[in-house]
Design a protein around this ligand. Structure first.
Ligand code: HEM
Length: 416
């Protein structure tokens, strides 16, 4: 069958399916359940992608990296006024946009930055950052959890890892916000003025990183950026050329900020939903580790990730044509009853909570997962120690960012 025939024959999602709508983003689970039951593989003509919803099918796609590749990402449009300052196809050098063998080579080097030893060393700096943040807000009795606590913790943690100075915090926060919108621009276009502003800020941040990388090559320190910048290949050349490393810095700032911050916020939402859980956590803080895994499963910050097919492939009885953009709904995988018993119940002692796919699986599995786990655990330990009664303020209207990759809140009022 031709591509057009396969698309015409494919199941369609319900008419009210809209993955960038506030209602879906605020609570995607009712729609994801319907999709799992009615059309576990579907084609959305409105968005031009295929959706894959069952845990087992998603796992199969993630294991078959030759068929479901990352490399064929749609490069978002660059504003003309900035074209001369944007290296050609720089995005294709991101870890998330490479395929083997190129990906294998750089990922092997990248992993050296996230070893158990280095993560153990990160624990104290993360604790210190969290304590400083809490010192600032404690006397107020209330704050915006996202802006005053969670994003500050997550961006400063990555900045500490790369040794980016504190005065750059706002620039790094903006970068974390601009990057996903720029990526999504290829699928769901944004207004021109917004595009110019977001690209303008990103280009400036890239130029900053390029300068720092050159400095670190000359004077390496103990930080991760120096380590990456100093790595050599088999010919004695720098392993990462400057633009490649700039791109990797950008994806670490983006990858490590919203995701971990919202996982922490979702832990607070779960405590609100299950009040008896708070006392259990306060009595036994060692439960925090599993609390985080169960939060990642139950309220996955990654709604779905995109891959492109390199051949016609059958998934759950539906043939997806070569060259198709596929949305693997990691959030739906976490609530799949075939994998998790009583999937819609939050169980802090769930034994297989860690089987969630929220960090992905296989070759592209989140490189920062060990850091995210340390950060969320240490962050929540300090939070509950200092503000045991912290709770989400009733009656606020939660507004999520309208992106398909992640489930991201920018504000969350809390009090204690
Ligand atoms: C709760 C926190 C986090 C979640 C849920 C998360 C989720 C993910 C997912 C699902 C992927 C795989 C995408 C794919 O298969 O295409 C990924 C990749 C990645 N993440 Fe994370 N992430 C988190 C934290 C972090 C942190 C702290 C960093 C900082 C270094 C980070 C950096 C990256 C990078 C660089 C990749 C690309 C890896 C590759 O393609 O080889 N992430 N993340």
């Amino acid at each position: 069958m031709t591509t057009a025939e396969l698309i015409a024959a494919a199941p369609r999602p319900p008419a009210d399916f809209n993955p960038v709508d506030q209602q879906f983003i605020a609570n995607p689970y009712p729609m994801l359940d319907r999709l799992r039951q009615e059309c576990p593989v579907f084609y959305s003509p409105d968005f031009g992608f295929w959706g894959i919803v069952r845990y087992e099918a998603i796992e199969q796609c993630l294991s078959d990296f030759e068929t479901f590749c990352n490399g064929a990402v749609r490069f978002p449009p660059v504003p003309d006024s900035l074209a001369s300052r944007v290296p050609e196809k720089f995005f294709s050098k991101a870890f998330i946009a490479m395929d083997p063998p190129e990906h294998t080579k750089y990922r092997k080097a990248g992993n050296q930055g996230f070893t158990r030893g280095r993560m153990k060393l990160q624990e104290e700096p993360v604790r210190e950052i969290m304590k400083e943040i809490l010192d600032e807000v404690e006397a107020k009795g209330h704050c915006d959890f996202m802006q005053d606590i969670a994003y500050t913790l997550t961006v400063r943690t990555i900045m500490a890892l790369l040794e980016v100075p504190a005065e750059r915090t706002e620039q790094m926060r903006a970068l974390a916000e601009d990057f996903p919108s720029i990526v999504q621009d290829g699928i769901d276009p944004m207004p021109e003025q917004e595009r110019n502003e977001r690209w303008g800020r990103m280009v400036e941040a890239r130029e900053y990183f390029a300068g720092v990388i050159e400095e670190r090559r000359a004077n390496p320190g103990p930080d991760l950026l120096s380590e990456y910048a100093s790595m050599r290949d088999e010919n004695g050349e720098y392993l990462f050329d400057t633009q490649r490393l700039v791109t990797h810095c950008t994806e670490m700032i983006f990858g490590g900020t919203d995701t971990t911050a919202n996982t922490m916020a979702f832990a607070l939402r779960v405590l609100q939903e299950y009040p008896e859980l708070r006392q259990q956590i306060l009595d036994d803080p060692s439960l925090i580790e599993n609390l985080i895994e169960e939060v990642l499963r139950y309220q996955s910050v990654t709604v779905g990730i995109f891959k492109t097919t390199t051949r016609d492939v059958e998934v759950d009885g539906v043939t997806i044509p070569e060259g198709s953009l596929c949305w693997l709904t990691l959030a739906a995988a976490g609530r799949d009853g075939e994998r998790f018993e009583n999937p819609d119940t939050f169980d802090v002692r769930r034994e297989n909570a860690k089987d969630h796919l929220t960090f992905g699986k296989g070759r592209h599995k989140c490189i920062g997962a060990p850091l995210a786990r340390v950060e969320a655990r240490v962050g929540l330990e300090e939070l509950f120690k200092r503000l045991p009664n912290i709770h989400i303020t009733e009656g606020q209207d939660l507004k999520f960012q309208e992106i398909m990759l992640t489930n991201v809140l920018k504000h969350l009022d809390v009090a204690w």
